[in-house]
Design a protein around this ligand. Structure first.
Ligand code: M6R
Length: 607
């Protein structure tokens, strides 16, 4: 989704803004622009397309030490130079960048037009520039407060005025905004990746707050001008973590980081002596944990699939009813919050609007909602009633990979904790921990055989349609495999329970439609083999993800990739790695933009 960066300090602003926007590219965008202030004059440059188009349009040595930049992911109005941000008022003295959606922009636009303001774009955001102008009485910060009081919808806004040099003002409502405190310089960004090359000291701006920054100062207030003292946080990420290093793209890097990111997710959280997990951030006593009678896992996309996998584990091991729900559906169906139920909002970014609004709706009804997030300090992490960070490190590629396996790890630990308070014996707990601790080495051994998956991708990547099929705990893994393939390769892929194909999807089977079956050696293996035979009988090509030495599967499938034998609950990790690799190599073979697939955004901050 859209990205924001702002700078004021002693250095030329334009290169810093462009560099900040480059770090935000991963969020997905279709146009970009900057505004730089110099000697009481604002220069706006904006371009449709990727950042190199903007970079090329910026004159060498563009002067100016304060400015704002934006990457736009179109919502209102087509993708063109004009609709790109920054937007200015008609006098050209005020410039703004905006993330989010202004819901009452239609009425405001009409009113402002009536008052003589001429609009140049089709965007909702332009209304902010004119509103600011109409409410400006010599102080931009105060004008922004008056503007925010009128706006309805979501926003992260940063604005500048040519008569107030070396100063930026920002406001937030539902769209993230972070202040970076540097040495004699201040930055504003929609996320910390835009700031991290310059400072580690950050302040998270909250909804309803306004921030004013000058090179050596900042102040945060609410819309009624009351001062708010903010905590300064220190970012622990290293710059290399948001760089590709020797990898071709971030997705490749992130897939290969998984042995380490999974280890980080369980490190320090296993209590070997009592064969259980330590999850301090939950903020719950043992008594409260014991009283839980139902668990709901609320999320979107890949995080939802991680929730689905975990619900199988939770019911099997802890014997507590547990189900995963799409946040976007839950919010609008007036959910029933039962006593003694606990909710988890699972989100890599911690900013997904659907998940955030579901969390708020649940909390409003009195539910306790815990967060499973990657991004420290993100909105969901801050607003939840406790939770677990997955510590994957920054995930930059739009397609989520390492966050999925780390979310699973965190939820597996939570299951262990709950299960050990109920039926799971010390010995079972101990075996479960052993299995969990074997995952980094297991995934490493699978990654080392990446060339085998690459060969499969080369063979099958011209197919127009794919079915991904699994059963039980591996059914959501099939869904996730299909999601990965479609989002980065644009090959149409459907994930199904292998049992379900006879109820409809089998009609799609023909010689051109490969089916990828997940066949671990668990209690459902025989059933899945029968489903494979049904596809073979209809001349459908079959690829199997099986277990080493499974000759029966090898005899039926056209191609097999086998993983080492593992505990039944560990297969979702083992099977996911080749599925991620398969999607990645198909996309690479087809020449797709792997890290920034078309139409997609990393952090989906609009509903
Ligand atoms: O940041 P979140 O985990 O809340 O994101 C949820 C989905 O938008 C995300 O998983 C999306 O489906 C990914 N592009 C999948 O790879």
């Amino acid at each position: 989704m859209c990205g924001i960066v702002g700078y004021c300090g002693p250095k030329p602003a334009a290169p810093i803004l462009i560099e900040g926007l480059k770090r935000l590219e991963y969020r997905g965008y279709d146009s970009a622009g900057i505004c730089v202030g110099n000697h009481g004059e604002l220069t706006i440059i904006k371009k449709k397309g990727k950042l190199h188009a903007l970079d090329a349009a910026v004159p060498d040595g563009l002067q100016g030490y304060w400015g704002i930049g934006h990457t736009r992911w179109a919502t209102h109005g087509e993708v063109n130079d004009l609709n790109a941000h920054p937007h200015s008022d008609q006098s050209g003295r005020i410039a703004i960048v905006h993330n989010g959606i202004i819901e009452n922009y239609g009425a405001l636009r009409e009113k402002l037009q009536h008052e003589g303001y001429a609009f140049r774009t089709e965007t909702d955001s332009e209304v902010i520039a004119h509103l600011l102008s109409s409410l400006y009485e010599g102080n931009l910060e105060q004008a922004l407060k008056r503007t925010c009081a009128i706006l309805k919808g979501t926003y992260g806004i940063v604005a500048m005025h040519q008569d107030e040099p070396d100063q930026l003002v920002g406001a937030r409502n539902g769209s993230p905004l972070v202040l970076g405190i540097g040495e004699n310089e201040m930055l504003l960004g929609s996320d910390v990746t835009a700031l991290i090359a310059h400072t580690r000291q950050v302040v998270y701006i909250e909804d309803g707050e306004v921030v004013r920054v000058t090179p050596n100062n900042y102040r945060t207030t609410d819309l009624r001008d009351r001062r708010i003292d903010k905590k300064v946080d220190t970012i622990s990420w290293e710059l290399e973590e948001i760089e590709k290093g020797n990898y071709r793209c971030f997705m490749e890097k992130e897939i290969f980081e998984q042995p380490e990111s999974i280890r980080r997710a369980f490190q320090g959280r296993i209590d070997h002596e009592h064969a259980t997990a330590h999850l301090g951030g939950l903020n719950m006593s043992n008594r409260e944990l014991l009283e839980i009678e139902r668990i709901k896992l609320v999320a979107a996309g890949t995080s939802y699939h991680a929730g689905m996998v975990s619900s199988y584990l939770m019911e099997n091991l802890a014997r507590i009813p547990c189900n995963a729900e799409l946040a976007s559906e839950l919010r609008y169906r007036n959910p029933i919050v039962e006593r003694n139920s606990i909710y988890f909002a699972i989100s890599q970014s911690g900013e997904t609007a659907d998940t955030l609004y579901a969390l708020r709706e649940l909390q409003r009804k009195g539910a306790r909602v815990l967060g499973i997030c990657n991004v420290v300090g993100s909105t969901i992490a801050r607003e939840s009633d406790g939770g677990v960070y997955i510590h994957s490190g920054p995930e930059i590629a739009v397609a989520s990979t390492k966050a999925f396996t780390s979310q699973l790890t965190a939820l597996y630990l939570y299951t262990l904790l709950i299960a050990r308070m109920r039926d799971m014996s010390w010995e079972q707990g101990h075996r479960f921990i052993e299995a969990l601790e074997s995952i980094p080495a297991l995934t490493q051994s699978i990654l080392e055989r990446h060339a085998e998956v690459e060969a499969l991708a080369r063979k099958y990547c011209q197919a127009q349609n794919f079915l991904f099929l699994g059963r039980g705990i591996n059914y959501p893994v099939a869904l996730e495999g299909a999601l990965k393939l479609k989002e980065i390769s644009y090959i149409h892929a459907e994930g199904y329970s292998a049992a379900e194909i006879k109820h409809g999807p089998i009609a799609l089977i023909n010689e051109q439609t490969p089916s990828l079956f997940i066949v671990p050696d668990d209690g459902l293996r025989e059933k899945v083999i029968s489903n494979m035979k049904e596809v073979k009988a209809r001349k459908g090509p079959v690829i199997a993800l099986a277990v080493d030495g499974d000759r029966e599967v090898a005899a039926i499938a056209d191609d097999v990739f086998s993983v080492p034998r593992a505990g039944q609950y560990i297969y979702p990790f083992a099977m996911m790695i080749p599925l991620q690799l398969f999607a990645y190599y198909c996309a690479l073979e087809l020449g797709r933009d792997v890290d920034q697939p078309r139409n997609l955004a990393k952090s989906v901050t609009v509903e």
